[in-house]
Design a protein around this ligand. Structure first.
Ligand code: ATP
Length: 135
């Protein structure tokens, strides 16, 4: 079994899609192990997206992700990282297939509803960043 960090980003929370995202991942067979609604401060946001620090969209991305409450989830299951990324669909929602979260609910690459860790290394780092007390 494996754990991954899932975020329903502020656009998803504002649009009332938290339940939709949780329903889809639970239906798939993934299990919630932690959940918290919170607004990120700048420091946590910049740490979370550190790999994008040099990209032209970094400032805008940090504004977006700190701009309202998000729902942080730790999700567990066999190959949970890959399983959730399959549910999320491609980063660019226009390219994401129908039936995926981004494919069904988004149009813009920044405002793409969800985040899911992309490797075991980033999952470990991200779960620790959001839930330092989780066993
Ligand atoms: P995430 O890490 O959020 O699951 P991802 O791994 O699919 O997304 P990354 O390439 O790591 O995509 O980009 C991280 C996030 O940065 C994207 O989810 C999106 O919100 C934003 N982003 C990526 N590319 C762009 C871009 N060209 N313009 C604006 N925002 C972008």
């Amino acid at each position: 079994t494996e754990r991954t960090l899932v975020l329903v980003k502020p656009d998803g929370v504002a649009r009332g899609l938290v339940g939709e995202v949780i329903t889809r991942l639970e239906r798939k067979g993934l299990r919630l192990v932690a959940a918290e609604l919170r607004t990120l401060d700048r420091e946590v946001a910049e740490t979370h997206y550190a790999e994008h620090r040099e990209r032209p969209f970094f400032g805008s991305l940090v504004e977006f992700i700190t701009g309202g409450p998000l729902m942080a989830l730790v999700v567990e299951g066999p190959r949970a990282i890959e399983a959730f990324r399959g549910l999320a669909g491609a980063t660019d929602p226009v390219k994401a297939g129908p039936g995926t979260i981004r494919g069904d609910f988004a149009l813009e690459v920044q405002n793409n509803i969800v985040h899911g860790s992309d490797s075991p290394e980033s999952a470990e780092r991200e779960v620790k960043l959001f839930f330092p007390d989780l066993g």
